[in-house]
Design a protein around this ligand. Structure first.
Ligand SMILES: Nc1ncnc2c1ncn2[C@@H]1O[C@H](COP(=O)(O)OP(=O)(O)OP(=O)(O)O)[C@@H](O)[C@H]1O
Ligand SMILES: [Mg+2]
Length: 291
């Protein structure tokens, strides 16, 4: 992983979301499981952050606390410099105007009885566009679909379940394009999409960040990918951040043993493979089958 990656500058003075000592303990009878253990973070405006860690390290639990979907056991989250207050339903809804998520399973994100235009119209209404003329709404939905390479006219009368997995993912990003939250949290779709759809989605997330100045928090197992897409990387092991900082520093010069291990697991993509033994085996097989 030695290729230079061009990074985009973000404003290091403008912290949008931060956490201090954020902790989650799940209690099941007498068993206590500390899934997230006193983590600190500062996410900036327009920053592309990646949280990397193996399965069970606490990434989703942390993202649910950030989203306000799971109560925090201990610690504090600050939004735009103030302690986050989501104690009432009203305050929670206000908070969700600023932070949105896309999940691993796009099928779980939609109400299956709503047609696609309703899904997109809801986003316009949520952003205060309820009274806009119909033509303006159609124009906005068409633009959002175009941003993710979908054709609005072909989708208007369809239901989300009539789309492919990849189209569904793109529709999720079209929603984000309309909602324009300040922060987008994306828990990576590992199994739902193939490699090319994954690349398309990543490109769209980067475009969203570049065009709107949105902060993107991307969650993945893949440290190689984190190197290519992010400004800042947080490495998570057993509920703790063992290392964090600019992607170049953390990945090209890792300090924590866990980060070093994650990097050593990445296939060496630049190495030329020695296929001579495979050729020999193939020749043997050909000889055998010719007998
Ligand atoms: N609702 C819950 N109740 C009890 N324990 C939970 C709950 N949700 C998660 N956990 C536990 O918290 C720990 C962290 O889980 P989490 O889902 O946050 O990991 P993750 O890093 O997102 O893993 P993956 O990469 O597999 O998605 C695990 O030990 C898990 O079993
Ligand atoms: Mg997870």
């Amino acid at each position: 992983m030695s290729d230079e990656v061009e990074r985009r500058a973000y404003n290091k003075d403008e912290v949008i979301l931060s956490g201090r000592g954020v902790t989650k303990v799940f209690v099941n009878g007498k068993v206590r499981n500390t899934a997230v253990n006193h983590v600190d973070f500062d996410f900036h405006k327009g920053e592309f952050v990646t949280i990397v860690g193996e399965s069970g390290s606490g990434k989703t639990t942390l993202s649910k606390m950030i989203l306000g979907l799971l109560p925090i056991t201990e610690g504090t989250i600050y939004f735009n410099g103030k302690e986050r207050d989501i104690r009432s339903g009203h305050k929670k809804r206000e908070y969700w105007k600023n932070i949105q998520a896309i999940f691993q399973d796009p099928f779980s994100s939609y109400n299956i009885f709503n047609k696609i235009d309703t899904v997109l119209l809801d986003c316009i209404n949520m952003r205060g566009g309820r009274n806009l003329p119909k033509e303006k709404k159609i124009e906005m939905m068409t633009e959002a679909c175009r941003f993710v390479n979908l054709e609005f006219k072909e989708l208007t009368n369809k239901y989300p379940f009539e789309l492919s997995g990849g189209q569904m993912q793109r529709l999720m990003i079209a929603r984000i394009f309309l909602l324009k939250p300040q922060i987008l949290l994306a828990d990576e779709a590992t199994s739902m999409v193939d490699a090319s759809s994954r690349a398309t989605i990543l490109e769209m997330l980067l475009n969203l960040r570049n065009e709107t100045g949105m902060t993107v928090v991307f969650i993945t197992h893949d440290i190689g990918l984190a190197y290519y897409i992010s400004d800042t990387v947080y490495i998570m092991e057993h509920g703790k951040f063992v290392e964090s900082g600019p992607a170049d520093t953390v990945i090209l010069n890792p300090q924590a043993p866990y980060t070093k291990r994650l990097i050593s697991d990445v296939p060496k993509i630049h190495e030329v493979w020695d296929l001579s033994s495979v050729d020999l085996e193939l020749n043997e097989i050909k000889k055998d089958s010719a007998k």
